[in-house]
Write a protein that binds this ligand. Structure first.
Ligand code: NAG
Ligand code: NAG
Ligand code: NAG
Ligand code: NAG
Ligand code: NAG
Length: 470
């Protein structure tokens, strides 16, 4: 009998499909997950995410600042989300410390938006920011941030704490921040081995995961913007139009079917469905394979290395084994005859990504191209790209922005109030001890316990001063 047999196959298929989707829909919940609304007096919810006020007390994070003030936006026409309506302004070096329970890569996001305030002139906002000793911003001019800006970093943390330090560039300048995110990244987000591409040879290298990275571009090819609200890991992917350099030879593709995430392959955290279900493709319409590339060009800062992550998902082919193409990064042949069927265990619409490290050369541009290979078939798809991410690697100075090392920034701060405070405390302690000794001489040893506590209390007061004042 044929019918039950078919039923059985159908049931098995259904079961395995359910398992695959159950596996791929497991929700990622980060162990360390700090969302901080800086300078606010209450919590704010943005995109269903609750940012807690940095004035509220917590055991797991702290703010230490010699001088800081809370600033509220006074522009009634500014309709930016709530986290951008307040800021904390620092007129001296200040730091947020986050307790880390999950060692490994962390996503750190800094949110900036210039505010219109009668208390602070944002024209004077100029500062440095360090994350665990890595310089992430150097002489950052905050007054330019007319629309909300998010700076994102991937920082390897082996210590118990992650520390974000703000240092004004000079006296009379100030630092500010509107919101902070510190979130543990999934373990498969950044891999330890990457391939370096340069003119001499392509070589693999280990120990990559400990680099500090700045996310410079995160681009959804051929598709719409994906926001923290409809993506994964609360990231933003922007459309590729402004980076696309080829005016013809490609077409935009949208796929409404299901993206088949597989164990061991790219996960939904690596990139979400709505990134993989759009692409640009090269397709041959008749017997000849078009002799074209699709090229994207990204402005980058020279003197740094970049991690280029290319995302592919064959949402275009009508059947397996028909798509072969070449991938170029900065003019180097990065992958020859890429066969997406092969790398995805022969499943269509299954995502795959490849990482390359290249030198950002003096040209100030980084290019990515896909084009037909010698194995491409006519009447088929001859090139595809679904998404691109470009991340800057820290340089040998431990900086993501220039040649100024962290120690130099920390020492550069003029011995202003911080400098005065320490001798002041010392002087007060000395006076107290002196008077104590004098008193003791006069009154004997009766109340020595009470007295000996005093100097400690004095210094405590001075340290606590730094904590948030609402
Ligand atoms: C911003 O503040 C200045 C004064 O500080 C005021 O003149 C200006 O109109 C404000 N802008 C808006 C858009 O409210
Ligand atoms: C994601 O949401 C934004 C609005 O937050 C919307 O503009 C965009 O089109 C959405 N993208 C997708 C792929 O759903
Ligand atoms: C079909 O191929 C011919 C050359 O063989 C070419 O001239 C023509 O432009 C191609 N048509 C399309 C639609 O690509
Ligand atoms: C595609 O780009 C690569 C790398 O820049 C180049 O070598 C190749 O000639 C290009 N192909 C076409 C058809 O332009
Ligand atoms: C980034 O910093 C680490 C630690 O300071 C260092 O080992 C590594 O070589 C730096 N990366 C580059 C590309 O110089």
């Amino acid at each position: 009998m044929e019918f039950p047999y078919r039923n059985f196959v159908f049931a098995v298929l259904l079961l395995s499909l359910c398992t695959i989707s159950a596996l791929s829909y497991t929700h990622f919940s980060p162990i360390d997950n700090y969302l901080i609304d800086c300078g606010s007096t209450g919590d704010s919810t943005v995109d269903n995410r609750r940012f807690v006020s940095d004035s509220s007390r917590s055991d797991s994070y702290s703010l230490t600042s010699t001088r800081s003030v809370l600033i509220r936006n006074e522009d009634p026409l500014d309709v930016s989300p709530r986290i951008y309506q307040t800021a904390r302004v620092f007129t001296g070096p200040s730091r947020y410390e986050f307790e880390i329970r999950d060692k490994g890569t962390h996503m750190v996001r800094l949110h900036f938006h210039k505010l219109n305030s009668s208390k602070s002139d944002f024209g004077n906002a100029q500062f440095h920011v360090l994350v665990n000793g890595v310089v992430v911003l150097n002489d950052f001019i905050g007054g330019c941030v007319e629309t909300p800006m998010v700076k994102e970093y991937l920082i390897w943390v082996e210590t118990e704490k992650l520390v974000i330090t703000f240092v004004p560039s000079r006296k009379y300048k100030f630092a500010f921040v509107n919101a902070l995110e510190v979130i543990s990244a999934p373990k498969d987000l950044i891999l330890d081995t990457v391939q370096y591409l340069n003119s001499e040879k392509n070589k693999k290298s280990d120990g990559f995961v400990k680099q500090a990275l700045e996310v410079v571009y995160r681009v959804n090819v051929g598709g719409p913007k994906v926001t923290p609200f409809n993506g994964t890991l609360w990231r933003t992917w922007v459309p590729d139009d402004e980076f696309l350099k080829s005016s013809s030879g490609w077409k935009r593709l949208y796929f409404s079917g299901r993206i088949r995430y597989q164990m061991g392959g790219a996960s939904r955290e690596v990139a979400p469905d709505n990134v993989y279900n759009s692409a640009r493709v090269i397709s041959s319409r008749n017997a000849s394979i078009p002799n074209v590339n699709i090229t994207w060009v990204f402005p980058v800062m020279g003197g740094f290395k970049y991690l280029v992550r290319l995302h592919f998902c064959d949402i275009a082919s009508i059947s397996l084994g028909l798509l072969y193409f070449n991938v170029y990064v900065n003019g180097h042949l990065a992958i020859e005859d890429l066969d997406l069927s092969d790398v995805t265990n022969y499943v269509l619409a299954s995502p795959y990504y490849a990482d390359f490290v290249v030198d950002g050369d003096g040209s100030g541009a980084l290019s990515v191209s896909v084009g037909p290979s010698s194995k491409s078939y006519p009447y088929a798809i001859d090139g595809i790209l679904n998404a691109v991410e470009i991340m800057k690697l820290n340089n040998s100075m431990g900086s993501l922005v220039g040649k100024v090392p962290a120690d130099f920034i920390m020492k550069s701060w003029p011995r202003g109030n911080m400098g005065v405070l320490v001798p002041l405390v010392a002087a007060v302690c000395l006076l107290v001890i002196l008077s104590m000794v004098l008193r003791r001489r006069m009154t004997g040893l009766k109340d020595s316990v009470t007295w000996s506590k005093l100097p400690m209390d004095v210094s405590n007061v001075n340290i606590k001063q730094g904590f948030p004042q609402a």
